[in-house]
Design a protein. Structure first.
Lengths: 331, 251
């Protein structure tokens, strides 16, 4: 679980500009207290990358450094091949940002506000296009203060997308939303992905990370514990694949001996084993079944380790309590 | 640089449009001073300052001119920036490549436009309804004073916006911070007098009476208001320093 060797697929010697985001040895201290203790990760162009972690893990701080709002205490940060702290204006022409809890001018209407934002960028995206991507075409003349929470968040996306950025940062995009609003918000994020945008988002919702992210980094107490695809993360966390099948009567009655070298546990009508090497275990199991004329093992199921298990093991926080703990505190 | 100027002008136009769309802002900013001008002006019409041949209205109208500058540049701008800050709009602006200078410049230019319109309305009504007009040759001094007053009170407006702790209290705090001073500075009553000496010295230290004094000088002959100009200059410097030092993009 070393936090430096978690990214397997970076070609050796790759230059920073191969990635939309490149972070090495990132440290951040506030008044003598270090909150980020050497964070490393990369985000590839065109992927959805998720920083997952409980409140207080340092997600928002990390994001604010990437956005150029904070200067890190130490480390190398390149975003779209720009040093965000040194050239924030240059970065902001190409990176859209959705912050937590950010209001709109009180008198503005939807289309008018988006149009105003388009004027801030050198190469804006067409207005009609923006309204469509975030599903606000029907609400284009609505006053912003009359929008629902979900609509406001989608308007956030439209504003972040106004300059046709290559990269979009989303800080906890669905925190505090009801299930319907979350689903529509996810749909909007998937629309952004379809446009070929690179997306970096923070969340403390596992299902959100699992649903949206191509790759995930689990941040805990200022360190990246693991990074990779959801499955890679689970495997690297040392979690086992679960293999189960209906216990054959012959095994139940002791007429055949359990396979050697496999830790098979009968659990009621089901036999279960956990393994770090699913292919090898399956081969052994099927060979054993053939030898003992047990056929193809009825009800055979192979379940990959889940992100939730990984997350629980790493953070010791249950996803539920994690969501409930949300009090808007900046992490 | 030209891009920043172009963006600032565009921002100012947007601000003006949203200002006029918001009935409450526009009505209060224009209606409040103009209503006082008409009502109290009517009560003063025909009277003269005690023992002089100076009509009350030639002192009263420039006083309301000063009041209008303060409402538009100080109260309006201060309230607006405080609300923008607490609503997170300033923070959101920071996520765009819009240069900070272009944004603040746009807000200030919009404020200047409001001052110009309000001053023109006040001057015009004062002249048409009460016959109060600037002394011959004093128009340039009048315009310069309006500019100085706008700069001074806009700086103070930005400064006070930084100490306002919520969007809801923005209006009450800005108005409470200058209305009592405006009243005892005599801007609503040309014959106002009888303050105890210490209070009268205190009031003279604030920029409200100073701005009214300089403007009144362009309407009615008085001793040259050197101290008032120094006062305005000092408040401009102090206001600008606090505005820059305390300015925050987020609440």
């Amino acid at each position: 679980m070393a936090d430096t060797s978690v990214i397997v697929d970076r070609p050796p010697g790759a230059a920073a500009d191969d990635h939309a985001v490149h972070v090495r040895g990132l440290r951040m201290s506030f008044g003598g207290t270090e909150v980020l203790h050497g964070v490393d990760f990369d985000v590839r162009y065109g992927e959805v990358f998720c920083l997952l972690g409980p409140n207080g893990a340092g997600k928002t701080t990390t994001l604010e450094i990437l956005e150029g709002f904070r200067t890190p205490s130490a480390g190398r940060v390149r975003v779209l091949n720009v040093d965000p702290a040194a050239q924030p204006a240059r970065l902001r022409e190409r990176a859209g940002m959705v912050l937590q809890e950010c209001g709109f001018p009180r008198q503005a209407r939807v289309a008018e506000l988006i149009d105003m934002w388009r004027g801030y960028y050198p190469h804006p995206r067409p207005l009609g296009d923006l309204l469509e991507v975030v599903e606000l075409t029907k609400a284009r003349k609505t006053q912003v203060r009359k929008l629902s929470g979900g609509q406001r968040r989608r308007l956030d996306f439209a504003l972040a997308l106004a300059g046709d950025p290559d990269l979009i940062f989303l800080d906890e995009p669905t925190t505090g939303f009801d299930p319907e609003a979350r689903r529509r918000c996810w749909a909007a994020i998937e629309n952004l992905r379809r446009l070929g945008k690179t997306i970096v988002l923070t969340t403390h919702y596992l299902d959100e990370a699992e649903r949206l992210a191509d790759r995930i980094a689990i941040l805990r107490a200022g360190r990246i514990e693991l990074a990779g695809t959801t499955q890679e993360v689970a495997i690297r966390a040392g979690l086992a694949t679960r293999i189960s099948f209906i216990t054959p009567p012959a095994l139940r009655h002791g007429e055949v001996t359990p396979p050697a070298g496999i830790d098979l546990v009968p659990r009621g009508p089901e036999s279960v084993c956990h393994t770090a090497n699913a292919a090898m275990t399956l081969r052994l199991l099927l060979a054993w079944a053939a030898e003992n004329s047990l056929g193809d093992l009825a009800g055979l199921a192979v379940t990959p380790p889940r992100l939730e298990d990984t997350y629980l093991q790493l953070t010791g926080v249950t996803p539920d309590s994690c969501a409930v703990q949300d009090n808007g505190a900046r992490t | 640089m030209t891009r920043s100027v172009r963006l600032a002008v565009r921002q100012a136009l947007l601000e003006q449009r949203s200002f006029w769309r918001s009935a409450e802002y526009a009505l209060f900013t224009f209606g409040f001073p103009l209503m006082i001008l008409l009502l109290i002006g009517a009560a003063n019409a025909g009277s003269h300052l005690p023992g002089t041949a100076i009509p009350n209205t030639t002192v009263f109208v420039p006083g309301i001119l000063a009041f209008g500058v303060i409402v538009a540049a100080y109260a309006n701008l201060g309230t607006k920036v405080a609300v923008l800050r607490h609503d997170g709009v300033l923070k959101r602006i920071r996520t765009t490549p819009l240069p900070s200078g272009a944004y603040i410049g746009g807000l200030l230019a919009s404020t200047a436009a409001t001052v110009i319109l309000l001053a023109a309305a006040t001057g015009l009504i004062g002249w048409l309804a009460f016959g109060a007009e600037p002394r011959a040759g004093e128009l340039l001094a009048l315009a310069s004073t309006l500019i100085l007053g706008t700069v001074c009170f806009a700086a103070l407006g930005l400064a006070i916006s930084s100490v306002i702790s919520s969007a809801e209290s923005a209006g009450p705090v800005t108005y409470a911070s200058f209305l009592p001073i405006a009243i005892i500075s005599g801007v609503f009553d040309p014959t106002f007098s009888g303050l105890p000496g210490w209070l009268s010295r205190l009031v003279a230290a604030f920029p409200v009476k100073a701005l009214a004094g300089v403007l009144q000088n362009t309407y009615a002959v008085r001793p040259f208001p050197a101290w008032d100009l120094v006062n305005l200059g000092l408040w401009t410097v102090a206001g600008t320093a606090v505005a820059v030092w305390r300015f925050r993009w987020h609440s």
